[in-house]
Design a protein around this ligand. Structure first.
Ligand code: ADP
Ligand code: ZN
Ligand code: ZN
Length: 722
């Protein structure tokens, strides 16, 4: 009897491939193998070893197993298989996301021992024109332990420069520093001291030994959720076990990692997109080996091959960055809950503004709801007020009363934070003579003016062009910026408060490595300053001396067509507001609006998120939106709108079954993006299982179809954006 193995490849193919297992080779699901594929060799992952061979077909043999153990242990393999069928993404690509890049390429699963280098001798021996060699020698002289080759290359130096220096004897190979990778808890800190409110919440959290449970920790901003996580892990995580702490974006909040390190020392390990291939491999191996680490990571870390996972925490669980926006479009938060179920361990979802999905699960009793409604320490909740700006003159988007409040705050020796929802100087350039506006030639969107580098940029594709002072249509010089961006508000604030630092925080100002740390250091020094920034400022920061928050304009989300817009508006405003008054001094929040009588904004002032969430859930129920029904979107893009709509019409015809309601196909909100015409078809279903079965069937059929070569279709299950 021939033994066969079914194998998945890292390709966008829904099908798997059968191979013969040579005599004497033992294979298990999740194991890496090398196989002949076409004329090449490919790396595959075994999915099944009991497949029945089709009679009469001779199968090629597996060439070799890359290691004897499965790279993906059982729970990880099950998680990814489930995710593949839930999100309708090809199994091979799902499985391979759990491997570090080196292992995807077939490299051995052990650490490469890198060469380390240190500077020696006298730099004056380097020829004067060899500036880069001098720079390398200089830099290396400052690294006390020396540096590995990969760091030297990452710093922008070349192997040739390194070689010249070693030949001159100015750089020598040296031993790598001793690593402390025992996963031991090296910190001298015991568990943090909790307030009575925190202690009550802690006592309601289920213990790891009780097996699977999901808890929603609703803790207002500054209530000390992070402190509670630290306490929970300190008390309950067994010394030999692993924990996973998911965070939306690590680079923005280095203080979270620092706080964990203070309590758990080198047991804390991070996982995020800025790690290099070597770091990824070594961290992956530690996770796979079951090293007793606490991994703090972004969404993809939920897919890693933990073998001793005992607790999962999802911080800021409402954050939209948990949803992957392209390719394998999974929700890291939702997979965390499923993973906890597979691993028989608790998962804690924490937020001051829980997603309506999680809150609904809690209301239905599927999740424990644990409330923490007092601020920790001496801090009190900020007062929130609406400031109607109709017919008020604005400067950089700021009204006189708002500017006066900022002035007062600075005079008190405190810090202010100004939230603007757009980066750049102004979202539109318009001619006041002929009305012309500058649009992106590749998208249906306007170009944003970036004054700092005098560029007009599209925020939907990578198009940019130089800014002009004159209208390109009528040459009038009345060609002016309209609306607010962070740069413009920053400029007005700098001009108004000349002796106070004004710090801008947005994607443009934080691109360079280390820039966010500089900004945080400035704020944490506590001296008066004004922070101006986008959403980035809403994310989990703890700024004790910020006492005033100004929201420049909250109206964008009030009338949007996106069903999630009101939820996101409320979450963003409450999250930025939560940066005020976290220390001993009371905080104040001013929301500028043209709709001060809007019920949602009025309700925001009372700051009771769960009451708002109940209201928003009622609206979702009335409109039959998620979480009351399951939603899936098919998207199509092509060189013409007609082709995209046609493809979706074909798909729509396949969805005409009872229990499924379809909306569309319709052009997407930004119908043309990077020269592609985009459309979407929305499916709604009362029954998730029914929908899932239908989607699998449709996706398989769609794969068989001949599409125009420029057409791409995509499926997005539980979409974050419509
Ligand atoms: P959250 O994550 O809920 O926004 P944090 O855990 O960041 O809140 O806590 C907010 C602030 O309160 C931090 O400065 C933290 O050090 C402080 N804090 C938290 N718990 C306590 C406590 N039990 N006693 C004193 N200060 C605390
Ligand atoms: Zn004009
Ligand atoms: Zn564009």
């Amino acid at each position: 009897m021939v033994k066969t193995a079914r194998i998945a490849l890292n390709r966008p193919l829904r099908r798997l491939f059968d191979y013969r297992i040579p005599d004497g080779m033992k294979l298990h699901p999740g194991q890496r193998v090398r196989i002949p594929f076409g004329r090449q060799q490919a790396i595959g992952l075994v999915t099944d070893t009991n497949s029945t061979p089709v009679p009469g077909i001779t199968l090629k043999p597996v060439s070799s197993a890359l290691e004897e153990w499965p790279a993906l242990p059982e729970e990880t393999f099950k998680l990814l298989s489930w995710a593949s069928s839930y999100y309708q993404h090809p199994l091979g690509e799902c499985l391979f996301t759990a491997l570090p890049p080196a292992l995807r390429r077939g490299r051995p699963a052990h650490e490469k021992h890198e060469q380390w280098w240190k500077a020696a001798g006298d730099a004056s021996q380097i020829p004067a024109n060899a500036k880069k060699q001098q720079a390398l020698h200089d830099w290396l002289s400052g690294e006390d332990n020396g540096a590995p080759t990969s760091n030297i290359l990452n710093k922008g130096f070349s192997r040739a420069q390194l070689k010249s220096l070693t030949e001159r004897g100015l750089v020598l190979e040296c031993a790598p520093p001793e690593q402390t990778t025992t996963g031991q808890d090296h910190s001298e800190h015991g568990a943090p001291k909790l307030s009575s409110a925190q202690a009550r919440a802690a006592s309601e959290l289920p213990l790891p030994e009780d097996g699977f449970s999901a808890s929603l920790l609703y803790g207002i901003t500054g209530s000390g959720k992070t402190e509670l996580y630290l306490y929970y892990l300190k008390q309950n995580l067994a010394p030999q076990k692993q924990a996973l702490v998911l965070v939306p974006e690590i680079n923005l909040t280095p203080q979270t990692v620092a706080r964990f390190r203070r309590y758990f020392g080198s047991r804390v390990v991070v996982w995020h997109s800025a790690l290099n291939d070597g770091e990824r491999l070594s961290t992956w191996l530690r996770i796979r080996n079951g090293d007793p680490i606490i991994l703090i990571g972004t969404r993809s870390s939920v897919l890693l091959p933990f073998t001793g996972l005992q607790t999962i925490i999802v911080d800021e669980e409402h954050d939209s960055s948990y949803k992957q926006g392209e390719g394998f479009r999974y929700s890291g938060r939702d997979l965390a809950v499923y993973r906890a179920h597979l691993n028989h361990c608790p998962v804690i979802l924490g937020s001051a503004t829980p997603s309506l999905e999680s809150y609904q699960n809690a209301s239905q009793g599927k999740y424990n709801l644990i409330k923490l409604e007092q601020r920790a320490g001496k801090a009190t909740s900020p007062t929130v007020s609406l400031l109607d700006i109709r017919s008020r003159p604005l400067e950089g988007g700021l009204s006189r009363p708002a500017l006066d409040s900022i002035k007062q705050t600075l005079q008190n020796g405190e810090q202010a934070l100004v939230f603007v929802n757009r980066r750049g100087f102004a979202p539109v350039m318009m001619c006041f003579d002929c009305g012309h506006t500058l649009e992106c030639p590749r998208c249906d969107s306007r170009l944003t003016y970036h004054r700092r580098d005098r560029a007009m940029r599209c925020h939907h594709c990578d198009y940019q062009t130089a800014a002009t002072d004159h209208c390109p249509e009528c040459h009038s010089d009345a060609f002016k910026p309209v609306g607010q961006g962070t740069e413009r508000t920053e400029e007005v604030l700098s001009a108004t408060f000349t002796d106070t630092p004004v710090v801008r925080v947005d994607r443009d100002s934080t691109q360079r490595k280390g820039s966010i740390q500089k900004i945080l250091d400035q704020v944490n020094s506590g001296t008066p300053c004004v922070l101006v920034g986008t959403q980035m400022l809403a994310k989990g920061h703890d700024f004790p001396n910020v006492t005033l928050v100004v929201v420049v304009n909250a109206d964008g989300g009030l009338f949007s067509v996106d069903f999630r817009a009101p939820e996101q508006l409320v979450q963003t405003v409450l999250q930025v507001s939560g940066r005020a008054g976290r220390g001993e001094k009371a905080g104040q929040v001013i929301i500028q609006t043209c709709h001060s009588d809007h019920p949602l904004l009025k309700a925001l002032c009372h700051g009771k998120y769960l009451e708002l969430a109940d209201q928003l859930l009622n609206e979702r129920r009335a409109g039959q939106f998620p979480p009351f029904r399951s939603m899936t979107i098919f998207r199509a893009e092509a060189s013409t709108m007609e082709k995209s709509l046609q493809a979706l019409d074909t798909i729509k015809a396949m969805t005409q079954v009872p229990g499924i309601e379809t909306w569309g196909p319709l052009p997407a909100l930004i119908a043309r993006r990077a020269e592609k015409h985009r459309a979407q078809l929305i499916l709604n279903a009362n029954n998730r299982k029914l929908l899932n079965a239908l989607l699998s069937k449709i996706c398989n059929e769609l794969d068989q179809k001949k599409w125009p070569s420029d057409l791409r279709w995509m499926i997005d299950v539980d979409p974050q954006e419509t």
